[in-house]
Design a protein around this ligand. Structure first.
Ligand SMILES: *Cc1c(COP(=O)(O)O)cnc(C)c1O
Length: 356
């Protein structure tokens, strides 16, 4: 039986998707060739790319005027592509510093041009989302991170600004409804909620591109990728194929609204246990708690070995916290079943019944 996989990324994907993907490795669509050995220019793969793009548009209700791209280099290369495409040589970018990924994004922009941190929660080890800050007038764009994978915080209300809105949605895209029209550029590494590592999803409003005074290297130029339909060079074929399968799974399940409801249920189940169990405490500010990554501590560290043995025995995997927060992190991406959350909650209750 598959483990209850709480890995932060790469992470759990639906078992049906693994099955279909493994079949395609041996014989793709009955053509007696593997998905791994066909040309990305073949009719078969062009269909996969088109299907993956149209499913992204359908599931997220992407409005007209946006391009959906599948690129490489992970979210980390987007940290650099964003300023290359949007930051003028004498312009300025504004960044919200809500964690390690946000900080890395800022660092790339600051290396290329003028970037400013408008607010930060580093004073409390990023356990909350700053609010009430101002985004300076006239900046080329504002960059934020919707979900802070490491610290377990999530933006619930995005700020209103006249600046272009750029968002790293790597760890909560497809987990809940978002109004795409409020954003000018969204990016996400595939390996949390979408598919295996290797592909990066970019959703970009076409009209914002081509406006900077920079020379953009071809591989970093969104317009070149958009014009060549994400096939400027060989795309990560398998990762895109599995993303397509995952999106089909999500659509068949009832789409984003059904998924959001399931994610809220799972998060409520675990947060309720953390709040009611005397042995545990959450690390993120209540109003900023993430539905995807739940960070929590054992109040009494001496129970660690016993708890670790118990959850391991319950077939749970991947809840060790990130080294910068410590404790535990339960990442509950779309494909994690509610039964898996119940299993963890049962282990926590059992520990409390022995010690509380
Ligand atoms: C995982 C993650 C990244 C890094 O993604 P890569 O694809 O490994 O570059 C960036 N931002 C967020 C919010 C993440 O969760």
């Amino acid at each position: 039986m598959a483990k209850h996989n709480y890995s932060a990324g790469p992470c759990v994907l639906p078992q049906e998707v693994f099955k279909r993907a493994s079949e395609a490795v041996l014989n793709f669509n009955g053509i007696d060739l593997s998905i791994l050995e066909i040309s990305h220019r073949s009719k078969e793969f062009i269909e996969v790319m088109a299907k993956a793009q149209s499913l992204v548009k359908e599931v997220l209700e992407v409005p007209e005027g946006y391009s959906v791209l599948f690129l490489q280099g992970g979210a980390s290369l987007e940290f650099l592509m964003v300023p290359f495409n949007l930051l003028n040589t004498n312009g300025k970018a504004a960044y919200l510093d809500t964690g390690a990924w946000a900080k890395k994004a800022y660092k790339e922009a600051a290396a290329l041009g003028n970037a400013e941190v408008v607010a930060s929660s580093s004073d409390k080890n990023y356990n909350y989302i700053p609010k009430g800050y101002t985004i300076p007038e006239g900046v080329d764009y504002f960059h934020c991170t919707s979900n802070n994978t490491i610290y377990g915080t999530q933006i619930k209300d995005f700020p209103k600004t006249d600046a272009l809105m750029v968002c790293d949605m790597s760890s909560d895209i497809f987990s809940k409804k978002v109004d795409i029209s409020k954003f000018d550029l969204i990016y996400a590494g595939a390996q949390k909620n979408l598919g295996p590592a290797g592909a990066t999803l970019v959703i970009v409003k076409d009209e914002i591109l081509g406006k900077t005074d920079r020379q953009i290297p071809s591989m970093l130029d969104y317009r070149i990728h958009a014009k060549s339909d994400s096939m400027f060079n060989t795309p990560p074929v398998f990762s895109i194929y599995v993303a397509m399968l995952t999106l089909e799974w999500l659509k068949d399940l009832g789409g984003i609204e059904v998924m959001e409801k399931m994610n809220e249920d799972k998060a409520a189940l675990l947060y309720n246990e953390i709040d009611s169990n005397p042995l545990f405490e959450g690390t993120a500010a209540l109003e900023d708690r993430s539905l995807m990554n739940v960070t929590f501590l054992l109040k009494d560290e001496s129970l660690k070995d016993e708890f670790d043995t118990m959850w391991n025995a319950a077939n749970i995997s991947g809840i060790k916290g990130h080294r910068s927060v410590g404790g535990y992190r339960a990442s509950m991406y779309n494909a994690l079943a509610k039964e898996s959350v119940q299993t963890l909650v049962d282990v926590m209750k059992e520990l409390a019944s022995k010690h509380a």
